[in-house]
Design a protein around this ligand. Structure first.
Ligand code: ATP
Length: 322
C-alpha cells in the first residue's frame, strides 16, 4: 500500500526561469487544498544542506504569479554533489518529516533529485530552463517568456537595421542548444540562424546576403551563444560582404521579466500533475508536456536522450527569409 504523504518540500534550482514563481504558487495552493503541508527551501540544494526553509502558506505565495526570477532564490551547489553534502541534505529532509520534494529546475537539478532518490528521498521534477533542452517535454518553464522578450527586441533592432540598411548580428542564449535561437529566428522574422548543432558556414551566408532580393534593406542574423561569438561573426561577415555590420548581445535581459500566459498556465498544469503524482506514491520522475498532454517521464528516460533540434523548423526559418 502507498504511504500517505503529509508534508512536501519545494525548491528552485539551476538558472532562474520565468514561471518558477507561478509554479511555486500553484504547488502551494494545490497541495494545501489537498491537505498537505508545504515548506520551501531557499537557494536550491544549498537550502537542503543548510536546512534553510520556511513553511509556505497561501498568503506567502500571494502576488507572485506575475514575477520573474524565483522568490525561493536559486543557487548552484557543488557541495550537494559530494557524498557528505547529499547525506546532510537527506538528514535534514528526514528530521523535518518531509515525505517528498518538488524540484523546479533543469536536467542538472533532476540528476541531483535522482541521486537523492537513490538515498530513499522521493521527488518529482518540474522542467524550468529558458534553453528548452530537456528531453521528455515539449516546453520547459521560462522558454516562452524568454522567446517573447527576444522577439520584441528583434523588432526594435529591425527598425534601425531597416532604416540604415544594416546587417545586424544578434546573440541569444543557448550554450548547447539552438532551440531558443531557431524559434527566435522564426518568430522574429530574422534571416539566418547559427546554432551549436549545425556547423557554421559564414561564406555561404555572406554569399546569400550579397545576392539578397532587390529591395531588402535589413539582414538579421541570430547567433546562439554556443555556436559562435557575435563579434567574430560580425567581423567575418563585414570582411566577406563589405558592408557595415552591427552587433547586439542580448545577455541577461532575455531571462527575466514577468512570465508569459503560456508559462503561467504550464506552471499551473505541471504543478497539479506533480502534486497528484506524489500523492499517488510516484517518485523519481519529471512532469512534462508531450503532444499537448501533461505526462510524467522517469528521470532515467529524461537523461537517456538528447532533445535535439527540429531540423525542419531550422530549414523552414531560412526559407521564410528568402
Ligand atoms: P539550467 O538548465 O538552468 O542550467 P540545471 O538544473 O541544469 O538548470 P545545473 O547548474 O546543472 O542547473 O544544476 C543545478 C544544481 O543541481 C547543481 O548546482 C548541483 O547542486 C545539482 N546537480 C547538477 N548536476 C548534478 C549531478 N550530476 N549529480 C548531482 N547533483 C547535480
Amino acid at each position: 500500500m502507498t504511504r500517505q504523504i503529509k508534508k512536501i518540500g519545494i525548491l528552485t534550482s539551476g538558472g532562474d526561469a520565468s514561471g518558477m514563481n507561478a509554479a511555486v504558487r500553484s504547488i502551494v495552493r494545490y497541495a494545501n487544498y489537498k491537505k498537505l503541508e508545504v515548506v520551501g527551501f531557499y537557494e536550491g540544494f544549498k537550502g537542503l544542506i543548510n536546512n534553510n526553509y520556511e513553511t509556505l502558506s497561501n498568503n506567502f505565495v500571494g502576488g507572485i504569479i506575475d514575477r520573474g526570477g524565483t522568490v525561493l532564490f536559486t543557487a548552484r551547489s557543488e557541495e550537494f554533489k559530494t557524498k557528505e553534502g547529499m547525506e546532510t541534505a537527506k538528514k535534514n529532509i528526514e528530521s523535518n518529516n518531509i515525505d517528498a520534494l518538488v524540484i523546479i529546475g533543469g536536467d542538472g537539478s533532476f540528476r541531483g533529485a535522482r541521486d537523492l532518490n537513490n538515498l530513499g528521498i522521493s521527488s518529482v521534477g518540474i522542467p524550468a530552463t529558458i534553453d528548452n533542452d530537456i528531453f521528455g517535454t515539449d516546453y520547459s518553464l521560462g522558454f516562452d517568456t524568454a522567446l517573447n522578450v527576444i522577439i520584441s527586441l528583434i523588432s526594435k533592432i529591425r527598425d534601425t537595421a531597416s532604416s540604415h540598411e544594416r546587417i545586424f548580428v544578434i546573440e541569444v542564449m543557448g550554450r548547447n542548444s539552438g532551440e531558443l535561437a531557431i524559434n527566435s529566428c522564426l518568430a522574429g522574422g530574422a534571416d539566418y540562424v547559427l546554432i551549436p548543432e549545425v556547423k557554421v558556414n559564414l561564406v555561404k551566408i555572406s554569399n546569400a546576403i550579397k545576392n539578397h532580393r532587390e529591395g531588402k534593406r535589413h539582414t538579421l542574423i541570430i547567433v546562439a551563444e554556443g555556436a559562435a561569438k557575435a563579434t567574430d561573426v560580425a567581423a567575418s561577415i563585414k570582411l566577406l560582404v563589405e558592408h557595415e555590420v552591427r552587433i547586439s548581445v542580448l545577455g541577461h535581459i532575455q531571462r527575466g521579466g514577468s512570465p508569459s500566459a503560456l508559462d503561467r498556465i504550464l506552471a499551473s498544469k505541471f504543478s497539479q500533475k506533480a502534486v497528484d503524482f506524489l500523492i499517488s506514491g510516484g517518485k523519481n520522475a519529471m512532469v512534462g508536456l508531450q503532444n499537448n498532454k501533461i505526462k510524467t517521464v522517469p528521470f532515467e528516460e529524461v537523461f537517456s536522450k538528447q532533445k535535439g533540434i527540429d531540423k525542419n523548423l531550422y530549414e523552414f526559418a531560412h526559407i521564410l527569409a528568402l
